[in-house]
Design a protein around this ligand. Sequence first.
Ligand code: GLU
Ligand code: ZN
Length: 280
Amino acid sequence: MTFTTRFAPSPTGPLHLGHAYSALLAFDLAQAAGGTFLLRIEDIDRSRARPEWEAQITDDLRWLGLDWPHPVMRQSDRQAAYDAALDRLWAAGMLYPCTCTRRDIAAAASAPQEGAPLLGPDGVIYPGTCRGADRNGLRPRDAVLRLDMARACTTALTFTEEGVGQTGQITTMPAQMIAEVGDIVLARREMGTSYHLSVTLDDAAQGITHVVRGLDLFEATAIHVLLQRLLDLPTPRYHHHRLTRDEHGKRLAKRDDARAIALYRDAGETPQDIRARVGL
Ligand code: GLU
Ligand code: ZN
């Protein structure tokens, strides 16, 4: 299988140094392996994604010297695939509708004897309030659907990590998924999908063999491996990279617009200067 990787920006803001590092690293690894670098636009969040950001991001990536095959996959074109996967999980009894508000969840998750709500890779660990909801009949549309983790995860999950930090075979046990991840949301009302579901399906649809992305997503990878299992999809290798830091060693925030590549471009920097800034 030829090495295939991708850069998957969400067009909700400018391309900043952290993104540039991720994209350049993925591109360089693909070049070194004689493989392919793909671009994917993660625009499932219709309330925040903007065509102007997509245009700016693509322009910045080209300026950095990156190139990729066309057409580019766009998540907003992929709802049919997301629906098919949700139908399959629903038919298997793995999903249930959840009508809790954020407030309900925070209140139930921090019941007095339990202290502060536990956080997992997908936010507050869901206390299971709606687990008994009706799972029969047709899959509800325009509903929040959660994955019943205890039902979905019954065997150990394993993937190969080739990046920084922990490397080698990473294994997560079902008990850990249930306690530390919980019943995650796979379909949001306003999106009809979720980051985890879309990213897993899209990586498979694009034939990604190596996922190169930031260490901030390392903890989420077990969720993706679980979804691959449930949906009979291959598990790629993972390369989680260090997160870029500013000159004070502070991690760059996702929306740290002061580090927008466009600003460095306007100031007369070259793609080589950007590479030097991110340590490539
Ligand atoms: N769209 C995600 C982001 O911008 C990237 C997801 C991934 O690489 O798996 O953070
Ligand atoms: Zn609920």
